[in-house]
Structure formats: C-alpha cells, structure tokens
Design a protein around this ligand. Sequence first.
Ligand code: GCU
Length: 607
Amino acid sequence: MIKKVVLVFTFLVTTLILNAQDKLIINTYNRPTTSLNGYWEYIVDPYENGYYNYRYEAFDKQENPQKGAFFLNSKSESKSDLVEYDFDKMDSILVPSDWNTQKENLFYYEGTLWYKKSFDYKLDKTSNRLFVYFEASNYKTEVYFNGKKLGVHVGGFTPFNYEITSLLKENDNFLIVKVDNKRIKEGVPTLLTDWWNYGGITRDVKLIETSNTFVQDYFIQLKPKDSNKISGYITLNGENAPQKNVQISIPELNINRSFKTNNTGKLSFEIDAKTISYWSMEKPHLYDVTIMTDLDTVTDQIGFRSIQTKGKQILLNNKPIFLKGISIHEESPIHDGRGWNKEDAKQILNWAKELGCNYVRLAHYPHNEHMLRLADKMGILVWEENPVYWTISWENENTFLNAKNQLSEVIDRDKNRASVIIWSMANETPTSDARNNFLKKLASFTKEKDPTRLISAALEQSDYKDDKFTRTISDPFADVVDILSFNQYIGWYDGLPEKCSKISWNIQQDKPVIISEFGAGAKYGLHGDKSERWTEEFQEHLYIETLKMIDNIEQLQGVSPWILVDFRSPRRILPEIQDGWNRKGLISEDGLKKKAFFVLQEYYNNK
Ligand code: GCU
C-alpha cells in the first residue's frame, strides 16, 4: 500500500513539474540552437484514439499509460503483442508548415494530428540544460518527450518552451506532439473567424542549450518620459540566479555597467544615456545590447524610441506622426498557407514599403517573430493584435485567462522590439457589460506588463444621435484605449462608394483616431464599370471615395485598409470570384497588384 502511495505521489509531483510550462526564453534568434525543422512522422487522429481509451479516459492521466497511448511510441515486443499504431511506418510531414496546404486530404481537416521527431543529443548535464522551443502551434498542443508529458499550450500564435534536461538520453530521444486545431466556442479565437483555420506546428521548433544559470528574460527600453535614460529588468533562470553579477553593455553608447540580481534572480536597472540615436522610421537605428554573466552571454539588437499620445496626436520621439498603414494576415506570398520564415516576411514588408507604408497592422493574431525583427530593421511601425475576435465567450473565466495568457506571451516575446507601438486588445467585438469588463481587464493587465506602449482595439462605430449620415464612436471601451480605432465598410457592406461623400464623422473623444479597416473585394483582372461589384474599378472607386471621406476626420492619425493580399477564408465561396478567398487584397494571391494599390500608394506618397 505504502509503495502505491509513494508511486502516486511521485507521479503527481513529476506531472506538476513537467506540466508547469516553463517561462519563455526570449531572443532565441541570437542563441545557439539546434533546429528540429524538417520531416516528422505523423498520424491523423480524428477520434483522438491515441489520447483516450475506449472509455474516454485520457492515457496521460493514467499511472501506467496503456500501450495504445501514441505518446509512448510503443513497439510490438513479440509476435503476439497488440500495438495498433507505428509512427515509423507512417508518412511524414514538414515542420514548420500548416497541414492543410501540405496534404490535399487535410485541406479542411479540423481535429487532432500527432507528430513524432526522433533525435540524438549529447549534453553535459553537470553544467548545461536543454529546452525544446516551439515558435507556434495551432491550436491546442500537448508535448511529450521520451514518453513523459511536458505540458499543454493553448493558443495558435505565440511561443512556448519546456525543459527536457532530466529526460534527455544520448540516443533515440523521441518528441511526440499532439496538435488539435478544432475550433471551440470558448476558444480565443472562437468558432467564427474570417480566416483559414490552419492547423499544426506552424512555426520553427528548436532545441536551446543553456548553461545551468542563464539569461532567460529581459526588457530594455527607453525610460518612459525620460529619453536620456535606458531602463528595464533582467531575469536569470537557474540555481545560481540569486545575487548574481550581470553586465549590460551597449558599446556604441559607451555603456558597460554591472548590476546584481536579487534573491529571486531578477534585477531592475536604470542607465544614463545622453547620446542616443533614437529609432525612427527614417533612421531605424538598432544598438547591439549584450547581457553577460560568468556563465551566459546573449546579445540583442534594440532600438530606443518613445511613443505616446498627446490629445489627438500620436508622438514618436515627441514628433507627431501619421500612420500610413495596411492590414496583413499571416499567409505566405511565396508558398501556400501560413507564412513563417524570413523570406515570407521580407516579401510582405517589401510590398508594404512599396505601397508607401510606414506602419502595418498585423491582423488578427501575433505574427511570426521574423516580421517584428524585420520591421525593426526597416523602420516600420507595428500594431500587434490579440485574437479576441468577434463573439468571444465573455462570461467564461477560462476564456479570459486564455486571452490574457496569449497577450502575455506576445508581450514577452516582442517587448524589446522598437517597431511595436500598439497592443490591440480585440477586433470588432459586440459591446456588452461582460465584453467591456473582459477588455478592460485585458487593458489594465497590458498596461501593467508593458507601460511603454499604446493600447487600442477595433471598436464599434454607430450613427451619431440617430442621424444616418453622421457617424461616431459610441463604444464604452473608447474611454480605456489610448488610440480610437474602428473598422468601417461604407461603400461595401454599407451602401455603395457614392455614400462616402454623404457621411460625416463626429468623434467626441480627444484621442487619436486610426481607421483600422476599410476595403472592397475585387478579383484581379476582372474589369468593368466602377459600379460593377468585384471589378478592380469598383475597388479603385471605393478607395478614392473613402480616402476623400476620411480626410475630413479631424483626429485621423492613421489608416490600415483591409488588406494587403487576398487571403484564404472558408466563408468566401462565390464561384469564379472568391472560390475560398477573401478578395479585399490590393494584391492577388499570385502577387499581382490591383488598380486600388496605386490609388493608396499615391495617397501615401502625397501624405
Ligand atoms: C471585418 C474583419 C475582417 C474581415 C473583414 C471582411 O472587419 O475584421 O477579419 O476579413 O471585415 O469582411 O473582409
């Protein structure tokens, strides 16, 4: 009996330890890593047969999981043995990449798919540690290593990592990952979206070897409201983290300072810096910042700038700016499906630059880190968005914690990126007390975690005092955000383009305004009269009329039309026109520019 109690206790403690998702290791781009990208074996498992027994009991909750559990990578041990799966005899699939566009029979698949990757790894466990890091996996991901559960991650667009030091063998390690992209009502996003539900391990997977105590996290920015100081914090991870000497050096600013961590392994700092070349769109200067301890050194490229609002203005380094933007979904312009690599990011941001943009709205979820690091280098400002989209389950506490966690993870990942100036809480969410409370809690969490950036959301707009031709922003969340943003589709969903000239805007709040979306669908190459919907001429006409209308909005400080490139959506099915694509792009999925592209380009070039 005692033996059983000890066994159960050990199992529970091990599970607790392993399931506690490790705090994010940031800046993996500048650390020594081993990529696990490439072909992984996979099993499609719509009935989650590898996860539950026939009584719907989860194998990984069992003290001794049955052989049918896929995460055990079971093999028949004799001719009479019963094992009804074998990863090694399965087909393989590329990681990273969504499964939908890799396998025709998975194009619409929404469910569970298991991945397996085997590898050898030699680690000196006396001095070093090993982590497995996922840049993203959509939507619910359960990770197992050498038959043990590491943890569960929920959310399709943010990174997570687990320590595998204690479970690592020198040879024949197997990493098994269960990814389930089923849409669920209490999810973030929820059941309905206007984009493709790409499933799978959609971004890089890598092993990160660290010393026993290493630099895990840091926030290094210009001190809010004092542009002659650099401040922030550094967190070490490991048994020697407390009371540790840490050096911060920024050679170009002749900064080389030492600090000591407190008893929790964390330190806060403030450094005078009088000769900073502030990061700007024209001069996106990045400094090499090195953080060093006796065991670990990590370098990042960080731009120093301030961003704030003053009445109706947005100020970058105390100068008013107008955000000449475009909205972007994370689809590759080069291959089909989710974008994830540097080439995808380069093409997308080069198109934005060609359009005359100094700003992009990364809709409707965090994009891959290449986008942010490239925006830093190119001097492009960024709106990053949490996938709190449309009809979220506002009353569900777990839904709120999920939304908060995803926001926390993207802030952890990108808080040192100068290009990121706005955290968006939500998109087009119907107002209610529960929704207002949900968003207010998200906003206060964000402000506390990152006081250096602005908060916004695509708010609801409405008629002003029942006047059908005067619009205003009546959304209660407008009192919380720093920037008032809203999507408006006058001329597409609301009347025809001629209606734009009849509309005036009466926005009461003394805050900057961004129009976060407007647009019209057009099939590339379809031409006709400007009154004919779906022609390039109609879209061009709507852009001309809308740009004239919004120029009359006194507080307007930015716009990000919907959208740079046509994108896949299962909701857009009009034969010969949409065929599964949302056609509001200024560029077709084949990279061909429509006439409206040049209307917006001229508007920005003359702005
Ligand atoms: C909405 C929404 C987008 C959607 C767009 C459209 O504003 O924010 O996600 O794709 O309209 O209808 O095309």
